[in-house]
Ligand binder design. Structure first.
Ligand code: ADP
Ligand code: GLC
Length: 479
């Protein structure tokens, strides 16, 4: 089967979060099952170097104000279809935000262009290749089924995947005409959302199937608490909505063969983790300790991630003699608050503001536990990296966190199946209790080691989920 992915990020080329990890890893898993996947991705500056190795498949004189090309290239094991349109994508700042940290003013056109080309490739193919099915990811790809439907032509079916419903791609209704969208589908059943053009709204309304990235999030999305205004629409499409748990790339994230680690290790050589921990203590200026864990956070610093709550729980970490290291960037006040904590608790709290892929691997390879007190978490990948690296996840019981971590309650400890600590509700008090439980478990070396081994043995790759996607695609392509 030929599958076209349309997405705005893809690791290792361009990444702001877990979406990129997923787009960079599912295609390989689907290829292993015998399918061909091509990923349509904007040619941001980071992708430019690949253009010269590729083949120009399509040229357009004008795509929303400038020329554009589609260049196909196989890069790092992934078939990329790069949308080169310099007036839209060749600029500094981040892929979504300008240098001042605001959304690019023309984001509707930038990602509208991505959707338009996704639809065009779906309809006409590219370089002789035609897709049997299209998988559109997040709001940036939400208009693909809208353009397809507007064409009135026979088109491949579309699966819309929601990675995070908090980001919906809402724009002033006036942009509709510039995007080349007619009034026909600009209705509550189409891509109109309270007088706005809704990219994700349109995708959910008009795709053939909708997936999201964990079974629990699929049920949460139907409630006002999590659905963020789209719960009604999602309820109306409930029979077409399915939660498929993400996996992680087991080659990129492999403690037995990770070039970023001071020491690689396996479940049989856990003592080799010590050198990794010592590195982290030195790097973050943290005092060593034998009898309390080293907690880490690797995250966007946002309220979604509940990291404002963790600020209030730091005194509990300190009281227990535990330590905390933080790598992240995000909301400015949160960054400042974490830096202030590092100042207030020198030797116990270390903070690095920024994005650092290599350090994130080192932290997974040397910390004892990873904290994720998320208010909502569609899937979450960091807890899965944690499982794979034997860094015990301490997580809020929500979304994919609920689906991937087995809480160390009495029964789970007795039957030796616990892989982490879950807590609910998402409050400072519950988080405090989870920190206490983690510190208690850590002191019981036998239980702790059993948990680590169980965590490291947990299946977190793409094998089973890739098959679920493939079956869904097959079901849709049956005439
Ligand atoms: P989300 O996509 O909501 O941010 P996920 O847990 O799905 O959350 O994925 C986050 C990804 O981003 C993981 O690969 C994680 O390691 C990475 N990450 C987040 N913050 C940083 C950072 N500051 N430095 C390096 N990697 C980071
Ligand atoms: C989003 C979600 C995260 C998920 C990722 C990949 O960024 O916030 O929970 O893991 O997408 O699907």
């Amino acid at each position: 089967m030929n599958i076209l992915f349309v997405a705005s990020e893809c690791a290792p080329f361009v990444k702001t979060g877990g979406l990129a990890d997923v787009i960079g890893s599912v295609p390989k898993a689907l290829e292993a099952l015998g399918h061909t996947v091509k990923v349509l991705l904007p040619a941001y500056p980071a992708l430019k170097q690949w253009i010269k190795h590729g083949d120009v498949e399509l040229e357009l004189e004008d795509l929303f104000g400038g020329p554009a090309r589609i260049v196909s290239v196989r890069a790092k094991g992934i078939n990329l279809l790069l949308l080169e349109a310099d007036h839209l994508f060749d600029r500094g700042g981040s892929i979504y935000l300008d240098e001042e940290g605001y959304d690019w003013e023309d984001n509707a056109l930038r990602f509208g262009a991505l959707c338009l080309l996704g639809a065009k490739i779906g309809l006409d193919g590219v370089g002789g290749w035609k897709s049997n099915v299209i998988n559109a990811h997040d709001w940036q790809a939400g208009l693909v089924p809208v353009y397809l439907q507007q064409s009135g032509r026979k088109a491949p079916p579309v699966v819309m995947t929601i990675h995070n419903i908090a980001f919906q791609g809402l724009f002033d209704g006036e942009i509709r005409e510039t995007l080349g969208l007619t009034e026909g589908l600009y209705t509550p059943d189409g891509f109109e959302f309270w007088g706005h053009v809704g990219f994700l709204k349109g995708g959910i309304a008009l795709a053939d199937k909708i997936t999201t990235v964990s079974p629990t999030y699929a049920t949460e999305l139907l409630t006002p608490e999590y659905g963020m205004g789209l719960e009604g629409l999602l309820r109306s499409r409930q029979t077409d909505l399915v939660g498929i748990l993400n996996g992680i790339d087991l080659d990129t994230w492999n403690p037995e063969d990770d070039p970023s680690l001071v020491n690689t290790y396996s479940p049989r050589s856990l003592n080799r983790r010590e050198a990794n921990r010592i590195y982290l203590e030195q790097h973050f200026g943290i005092e060593p300790s034998e009898d309390a864990p080293l907690f880490c956070v690797i995250s966007r610093l946002t309220t979604q991630k509940g990291l404002d709550l963790l600020l209030d729980s730091i005194p509990t970490i300190i009281k227990r003699g535990a330590r905390l290291i933080v790598l992240g960037s995000g909301e400015r006040h949160m960054e400042e608050n974490y830096l202030a904590m590092a100042k207030r608790f020198p030797g116990s709290v270390g903070v690095k503001i920024g994005y650092d892929e290599e350090l994130s691997h080192k932290m997974q390879g040397g910390s004892d536990a990873i904290l994720m007190p998320s208010r909502f978490e569609p899937c979450g990948l960091s807890q899965m990296f944690g499982l794979r690296y034997g860094t015990i996840p301490v997580v809020a019981r929500t979304g994919g966190l609920a689906d991937t971590v087995i809480d160390a309650n009495a029964a789970a400890i007795t039957s030796k199946c616990a892989t982490g600590i879950q807590f609910t509700p998402v409050t400072v008090e519950a988080l405090d209790r989870a920190i206490h439980r983690t510190c208690d478990l850590f002191k019981d070396t036998k239980i702790w080691k059993t948990m680590i081994r169980k965590a490291m043995a947990q299946e977190v790759g793409w094998n089973s989920s890739a098959e679920v996607y493939a079956n869904l695609f097959k079901e849709l392509t049956k005439e």
